[in-house]
Design a protein around this ligand. Structure first.
Ligand code: FE
Length: 230
């Protein structure tokens, strides 16, 4: 298990290697230095809490490890795959997220109330937290570094189509883009469109098509590239 210090270092390093080259580029030149400032503040807060005996550093490592390795986007992907193969589950998931998620055993801290929004041929949903980094942790694990950056948080609202294009998603003008601003009270999960050609796939195989980015709305679910390793 890595230490929390290692985790922060890895998170900071990952800022330069995300799937959004332009956002990562912008971040490198962002004089606000958001990630390092946040990391610094987190570290100061942690030191203070440990010093006062309010938290056990080992307990923090266990929590970070749990969200990093045990809880991750696979949970969300399992939910989406179930909704794709089971129309009544899909209906329940869209109508009452928390209740339907609980059916599969998901819920709890940082995901108490989650609204699932469905992508269709006419509507594309995109999730952001303009204020900080609210995110459905029980379904997606820890938020990616780019999700917490100032450029993503502001530009997802000002120019969602431009941001999507940088992630490789180009949408026709007649597709409506809906941007959802997460809060501590309400988080969002995007249900991507089920890829054409996946009709014969098992629920488990379908879950493997659903990426973290697709559930944030910055990517689409797609069949594996021909020749790609499965
Ligand atoms: Fe937030």
């Amino acid at each position: 298990m890595g230490t929390r210090r290692e985790f922060l270092t890895v998170a900071a390093a990952a800022a330069g290697a995300t799937a959004a080259p332009d956002l990562a580029h912008a971040e490198a030149h962002d004089h606000q230095s958001v990630p390092s400032d946040l990391a610094l503040r987190t570290k100061s807060l942690e030191s203070l809490l440990v010093e006062k005996g309010l938290v056990d550093p080992a307990a923090l490592d266990v929590m970070v490890d749990a969200y990093e390795h045990k809880i991750g986007p696979r949970n969300g992907a399992r939910v989406i795959a179930r909704a794709w193969v089971d129309p009544s589950y899909k209906q329940r998931l869209l109508a009452d997220g928390p209740a339907a998620l609980k059916e599969l055993g998901y819920g709890g801290a940082q995901g108490e109330d989650t609204l699932v929004v469905e992508n269709t041929p006419r509507v594309h949903n995109l999730v952001v937290c303009t204020l900080c980094s609210c995110y459905p942790w029980p379904l997606l694990g820890l938020p990616p570094v780019w999700y917490k950056t100032a450029p993503y948080r502001s530009r997802a609202v000002i120019d969602p189509r431009g941001v999507l294009a940088e992630f490789g998603v180009t949408l026709a003008d007649d597709i409506e883009v809906r941007v959802w601003d997460s809060t501590a009270e309400l988080r969002y999960l995007v249900m991507p469109e089920r890829p054409a050609g996946s009709e014969q796939m098992s629920e488990e195989a379908l879950a493997a098509l659903v990426t973290r980015d697709a559930m944030i709305g910055v990517a689409k679910a797609a069949l594996p590239q021909k020749g790609a390793r499965l």
